[in-house]
Design a protein around this ligand. Sequence first.
Ligand SMILES: C[S@@+](CC[C@H](N)C(=O)[O-])C[C@H]1O[C@@H](n2cnc3c(N)ncnc32)[C@H](O)[C@@H]1O
Length: 270
Amino acid sequence: MNKTHLGHTARKRFGQNFLNDTFVIEQIVDAINPQNGENLLEIGPGLGALTDPVCERVDALTVIELDRDLAERLRHHPFHGGKLTIIEQDALTVDFTPLAKDDAPLRVFGNLPYNISTPIMFHLFKYAHLIRDMHFMLQKEVVNRLAASPGNKNYGRLSIMTQYYCQVQPVLNVPPGAFVPPPKVDSAVVRLAPHKQPPVDVADVKVLERVSTMAFNQRRKTIRNSLKECISETQLLELGLDPVRRAETLSLEDFANIANWVHKHDSIEN
Ligand SMILES: C[S@@+](CC[C@H](N)C(=O)[O-])C[C@H]1O[C@@H](n2cnc3c(N)ncnc32)[C@H](O)[C@@H]1O
């Protein structure tokens, strides 16, 4: 399999699968629709498959790249070097607060390294209030999970947490052949637009995460069983939830109600 693209040998540990399909690239950039004056930020620019066409449309772009060789190449980019602000760092450790500006919320995009795409999204969710939107290439299976509704087999913790923070809109499916080297899985682009107001009130997001993790770790069990460590059958009934339901039938609002109850009663015990 050819792992060398534009003179760079792809590094598996950095999740490097470079986009190499002009039509797909054009569709992604059209979906992002970058405009001058916007606060654009790319995660993992790599060899510039998205960076270049975005820079053709705007004057400034910030990029975060962990691979030292790729960051160095970008620094010496013959056409767009002057437009780029390059942050050579692990995206998971970047503090996004100083990158956002009052009048220009962040517009984040990237063909993410698949091995750490979920941690990167969760890291970004902490800054959701500073972000206008995010466009990410992910494994198709992950996009299905982000977008899934109750009752769907892909519905789980990732759906709950993502939909708490963002409106989720699948944009485009991308086959392995659009990349060098081709990944083993199908891919898809998703648009995540942080809600201005969360769709449900949650007292402590960590509790929402804990409760949904607990419930979906045993997704075949009734919530009476899977959540028995944190809430009793009687209390579920008091919240209007049938204890014999399974996690995959509960809405975000149901999870928020459980999480708020748990939060309130944990605090009383503390
Ligand atoms: C799937 S490749 C995409 C490259 C390019 N944007 C493209 O579409 O062809 C992922 C990119 O993320 C970079 N990367 C991997 N881990 C990273 C991290 N923790 N922080 C920032 N960049 C990372 C890789 O070096 C690589 O350039």
